[in-house]
Design a protein around this ligand. Sequence first.
Ligand SMILES: NC(=O)c1ccc[n+]([C@@H]2O[C@H](COP(=O)([O-])OP(=O)(O)OC[C@H]3O[C@@H](n4cnc5c(N)ncnc54)[C@H](OP(=O)(O)O)[C@@H]3O)[C@@H](O)[C@H]2O)c1
Length: 342
Amino acid sequence: MARSTRRIVLAAPARGLPTAETFRLESADLPDTLAPGQVLTRTIYCSADPGTRARLSDGPSYAPPLRAGDTIDGFCVGEVIESANEKFAPGEVVALGGGWAEHVLFPGRGYIQKIPHRRVPLSYWIGVLGVPGMTAWFGLKRVAAIKPGDRVLVTSAAGPVGATAGQIAKASGATRVVGVASGADKAAWLREAGFDDVVDYKAVSDLGAALRAASPDGHDILFDNVGNAMIDAVLPLMRMGGRVVVSGQTADYNTPYDQAPALHNTRYFIASRLRMEGLVVFDDLRAFPAAQEELCGMIEAGAVKVREHKYQGLKVAPGAFIDLFQGSAFGRRIIQVGEEPR
Ligand SMILES: NC(=O)c1ccc[n+]([C@@H]2O[C@H](COP(=O)([O-])OP(=O)(O)OC[C@H]3O[C@@H](n4cnc5c(N)ncnc54)[C@H](OP(=O)(O)O)[C@@H]3O)[C@@H](O)[C@H]2O)c1
């Protein structure tokens, strides 16, 4: 009898905010034997990532759009249960690009990494030590070239990218780290995590004035996770030689590409000699292990705090994903799909 798995696929391309109808849970066959290079994993955890939204409808993105019937993107922690790849053996636990599925058939090429130890929870390898944490790390260290004394502003600061970025900024000697996030719970947690101030963009009538008050000397680095309207509001507040890191565009992902807000304040690039640069974190893949080791040490030392929001069972993944754009939960959205190995 053919063996099968369950997975969540794109039912129909999304328009605006995805709904339950955007997704479908279905069974799919697994091959009887693996082709050379392939690895079959049993999913323990998978993630809900805002960047996946860009792939749920047509439009320019760094990754091609998913088609109806494709498994929804996500990162997974999985246990190898079968391998036709000499680098991986059954029983090993890996982090890999996979998606919302009970099993992942790794094709032999792409993102996969053995989890080297159990010093921190396994789920961290698709969170603070995975793509979100690495985005924070390389966005600040390589793209922004952070240095002691910098004043840093981080948007969507309570998310896994933003919270990690703010804490790395502090550990790198930033003089002032301000986060932008909505709601009192997020603000309280960010202060606990060492942010100097938090601006609730939903609660203020004049965002520019609130950001100025939070860091009266301005910002050397804007680490932006949300999109054009935020960047435009911050450009006039950037200090001479400031750097804008374009990490993500969560506020713009549900808007058709040609209707996203425009940047008007580009004159500040001249007056304040600003630089703006985006990143795709996989460009830094070879440097992940060293960064992960350093960041893991910071977590163990209590210098970086981690927040996760865990969901149980594959079928709740769409709800976890939609919640990224409208919910009050925060931290890395992790969906537990299977048991951890003993
Ligand atoms: N460049 C790369 O290689 C790379 C890699 C990974 C992730 N990213 C990007 O990094 C960003 C952050 O990712 P994450 O995983 O840490 O997710 P996240 O920040 O936790 O995303 C969810 C949060 O976004 C905020 N948000 C939702 N809608 C918003 C809106 N309309 N305006 C402003 N904020 C809104 C909400 O927090 P508030 O309460 O603060 O509104 C929400 O809790 C994403 O844009 C993602 O695509 C980039």
